[in-house]
Design a protein around this ligand. Structure first.
Ligand SMILES: [Zn+2]
Length: 208
């Protein structure tokens, strides 16, 4: 009986601390996102070569996923992009060239991908804005505000992501991007992916 009472007390104490400190710790996350997310988006806006490689990366993944039953991922930088989850450089090079041709012939939707890292950045930014606004409006950092902000940010993040990808994190106008070669990247004992080299630039940032 005593043990049961202690267990209930411990559970209520845990719930109390959770409801008190979880919203406060998420406030820290929200403030960081409010700074980090716009910095990442503005970087991409200022670097068209990364946006174009990012569009090519998405389009290449779309082309490859039409050919092989794999779930691929990628990362872009000013020098090109890596496709992870595949180890055939010839297939990836062929897909990248087809992707470029299809983007330029009007298939702009290929530049948008549902599994893009942009969704995480947008969701984090929407969460930060909602959580801070709700906290000011309702007067406190409550658990309900936290759950409501997380739920709305998850929904709005995936709704807004295609738009943000289309206008901010990618650029489908890849006519001036030269696809040079594809290189198998091996880390340790297994293939890490295939890097597609495009025209030269300095590595400063990556987006998945
Ligand atoms: Zn992406």
């Amino acid at each position: 009986m005593i043990f049961f009472l202690y267990a209930i007390l411990a559970l209520f104490s845990f719930m109390f601390f959770l409801m008190l400190f979880l919203p406060l710790s998420f406030l820290g996350v929200a403030i960081m996102s409010l700074i980090n997310a716009p910095v990442q988006l503005f970087y991409l806006l200022a670097h068209p070569e990364v946006r174009k490689n990012h569009a090519l990366e998405h389009a290449t993944i779309h082309v490859l996923e039409e050919l092989v039953p794999l779930k691929l991922s990628g990362l872009s930088n000013p020098n090109g992009f890596i496709i992870q989850g595949i180890s055939d450089p010839y297939l990836v090079l062929h897909a990248a060239q087809e992707a470029k041709g299809r983007l330029l012939s009007g298939e702009k939707d290929l530049a948008v991908h549902p599994r893009c890292g942009t969704t995480t950045v947008v969701t984090a930014l929407v969460f930060a804005v909602l959580f801070i606004v709700f906290s000011i409006v309702f007067g406190l950092f409550s658990f309900v505000n936290l759950l409501l902000s997380l739920l709305l940010a998850t929904i709005l993040g995936s709704v807004l992501s295609p738009w943000v990808q289309r206008y901010i994190t990618t650029d489908w106008r890849v006519d001036d991007v030269e696809i040079e070669r594809a290189e198998l990247i091996v880390k340790g004992w297994s293939a890490h992916g295939v890097f597609v080299h495009t025209r030269k630039g300095d590595i400063k940032w990556s987006i998945s």
